[in-house]
Design a protein around this ligand. Structure first.
Ligand code: 5GP
Length: 213
């Protein structure tokens, strides 16, 4: 009987092509009680991205208004746009016992860790630096200028890997997924405080753990 009432907050970070979104979706498909946070951003929608499904697409004024109203658990500027995680969503789902997944960049991840110190931070990279370059360049959705900005950011982001709890290389979909799933499942049993009270069922240990006459 563990104290499992609180969900696990899982942060997935890493540059494009590392598979963050794929793994976040797999976790939600395969595990019960898993939800993925939908961020707000000032970036324009790409391809068939939809408001409220992939992101909440806001203009800069709307985004700043939400900052002023303290609506974000974290926010950061990435390339030329703002991205932020809605605070209410995280708090509501964690207290409902749901594993809550954030696919966010490194500056936001470090803010989250300060507020939610039990967050599990996972950093993902594609198999080799060459594959990272190829994946960034092959994305047809961004201009050359944007690709090169994202490359600069990737160079910077990989220097932050030591701030994370786990480092995984996305070299095999099922293998990497099963490692992530194991991390999430194991974390559910990390000591959070209150485990023994839970086991004792609200009784005092001296009342329970004694030989009856
Ligand atoms: P993209 O524009 O490719 O969708 O996302 C760019 C980067 O922003 C990715 O590294 C993604 O993980 C990150 N990102 C997405 N949502 C958030 C968020 O709410 N907060 C932060 N800090 N980063 C985010």
């Amino acid at each position: 009987m563990n104290n499992k009432s609180q969900g696990v907050l899982i942060i997935l970070s890493g540059p494009a092509g590392a598979g963050k979104t794929t793994y976040a979706k797999m976790l939600c498909d395969r595990l019960d009680d898993c939800v993925m946070s939908i961020s707000a951003t000032t970036r324009l929608p790409r391809g068939n991205e939809a408001h409220g499904k992939d992101y909440f697409f806001l203009n800069e004024d709307e985004f700043k208004q939400q900052i002023a109203e303290d609506k974000f658990a974290e926010y950061a500027k990435f390339s030329r746009n703002y991205y932020g995680t809605p605070k209410l969503f995280i708090d509501k789902n964690l207290s409902a016992g749901k594993n809550t997944i954030l696919d966010i960049e490194v500056k936001g991840a470090s803010q989250i860790k300060k507020t939610y110190n039990r967050a599990v931070m996972i950093f993902l990279l594609p198999p080799t630096p060459e594959i990272l370059i190829e994946r960034l360049r092959k994305r047809k959705t961004e201009s050359n200028e944007e690709v090169s900005r994202r490359m600069d950011i990737a160079r910077d982001e990989i220097t932050k890997v030591n701030e994370y709890d786990y480092f995984l290389i996305n070299d095999n979909l099922e293998k990497t997924y099963s490692l992530i799933e194991s991390i999430v499942k194991a974390d559910k049993y990390r000591i959070r405080g209150g485990e023994i009270d839970c086991w004792l069922g609200g009784r005092k240990s001296e009342d329970v753990l004694r030989i009856q006459d």
